[in-house]
Structure formats: C-alpha cells, structure tokens
Write a protein that binds this ligand. Structure first.
Ligand code: AMP
Length: 226
C-alpha cells in the first residue's frame, strides 16, 4: 500500500483502518500489533466500554447490561463516544478502529463524520475464523485487567499464577460464558456481518484468514497494508 518511509516523511500520511470480524477471531490481538507497527492509536470500543463500566461512569452504567449480556450498546451512545474520542490530538496520526462500526447506522454515520472532516478510511481488514474455532477460543480466553492482553486459560496449568507479563491479574470476561458467546455470534451475524458487503462495495475490504499462529495472521495483514 505504501512504505514506512513515505508514512514517516509526509504530514498527511495518517493511516486509518477498521478491523472487522466476529468475536474471538483474534481481532483485538492483531489490532494491537498492527497499531503498534504503524504507530497509530488503537481504539477498541469494547475496551473503552469495559473501562467505563469498571469506573462506574454514567456511560458505563448505561452500557453495563448490554455488554454483559452480549447485546450491542445503542448506536447513539457509541457514536457520541467515538465523536468525543476523535477530538483528541493523537488521532491526527490516524487510528485503528477495533469493534467499531458494528451496525449499518454506525458505519454510515462514521462515513459521514469522516467525510465532513475531509478524512478517509484506507482499508477495512476482515478477519475470518469458523464458528467452532471461535467458541473454542472464547471459552479458553482470559484477559489482563490492566493492559487487556489476551491469554489462553489452558496455558496456565499446574497452579501457574493467572498473571499477565505486565503483572496485571487475568480474568474471564463476563460475556465469554458459553451462553453469552452464542448471543454475541448471533448479534454479529445479524448486525455486523452486513458491513462486510458495505465496505466491499466501497472497495476497501481485505479478507484475512484468521487461522494459524499470531505471527502468520499478522504477516497476512501486513501484506495487505504495505
Ligand atoms: P468487544 O470487546 O469488541 O467484544 O465488545 C464487547 C461488548 O461491548 C459488545 O458485545 C457490545 O456489548 C459492546 N460494544 C463494543 N463495541 C460496540 C459497538 N461499536 N457498538 C455497540 N456495542 C459495542
């Protein structure tokens, strides 16, 4: 797509990416790596919402029930949150959206917002993994309370302490229970999957096979971005 020197030497070379994919495809893990590689802020609406819930903010209180039951938080709350977030200076470098947009309304309003700011999306990365593998991954997932890094519960055998590299405690997300996972996959199919077609029609979509090691998937994504 362009090389890193181009990106570093021009002012107007911000990179704006959207990551699509069902829960459990490895979107968050890859999003963090790609954002670090291109030095752009990683925006995970799920992480922001979980932090608002932990901090018992007004937004957190409004969002809690939706998040814990695997339903989508209403569009107007999410769109206001994104509008506020994008006012920060750090987004002049671009952004990587992880978990947003998730509905047609969010996608269309986001396109309009960017259009009004004279900004465009460079690529939409859609990571694909089949449903059985997704359920296996999500029921085996633990997350760091501090930095949100994801680990496999099955890697912590023989009393190994559930701690992140950063020292943070690892926990199972409330919405990673089997019943809520089914809900989230349903919600994804009905409300978010249609965005694949939306971004394909805009000529922005790149499908990525999400099976394989973390680095294999990362390399596949980078191949679409350089
Ligand atoms: P995630 O961490 O991306 O799996 O998101 C966890 C939960 O946060 C979702 O199941 C929703 O309840 C909520 N959420 C995150 N992003 C959005 C969004 N763009 N629109 C609505 N709800 C969202």
């Amino acid at each position: 797509m362009r090389n890193n020197n181009d990106r570093n030497n021009k002012d107007n070379n911000a990179m704006r990416l959207i990551f699509l994919g069902a829960p459990g495809v490895g979107k968050g893990t890859q999003a963090k790596k790609v954002a670090a590689k291109f030095n752009i802020p990683h925006v995970s609406t799920g992480d922001i919402l979980r932090s608002e819930i932990n901090n018992k903010t007004i937004l957190g209180e409004k969002a809690e029930e939706f998040v814990n039951s695997g339903k989508l938080v209403p569009d107007d709350l999410i769109l206001d949150m994104i509008k506020e977030e994008l006012k920060k200076d750090k987004y002049k470098k671009g952004f990587l959206m992880d978990g947003f947009p998730r509905t047609f309304e969010q996608a269309e309003k986001f396109s309009k917002l960017l259009n009004d700011l004279n900004l465009n999306i460079d690529k939409v990365i859609n990571i694909i993994v089949d449903e059985n593998e997704i359920i296996k991954r999500l029921t085996d997932r633990v997350v760091c309370k501090v930095c949100n890094k994801v680990y496999k519960l099955s890697d912590f055998k023989d009393g190994k302490e559930l701690k992140c590299d950063c020292g943070g405690e690892l926990y199972r997300r409330k919405d990673d229970s089997e019943e809520v996972i089914k809900n989230r996959l349903d919600v994804y199919k009905k409300q978010t999957e249609p965005l694949v077609e939306y971004y394909k029609n805009l000529g922005l979509l790149e499908n990525i096979d999400g099976l394989g090691t973390e680095n294999e998937v990362f390399e596949r994504i980078l191949a679409q971005l350089w």
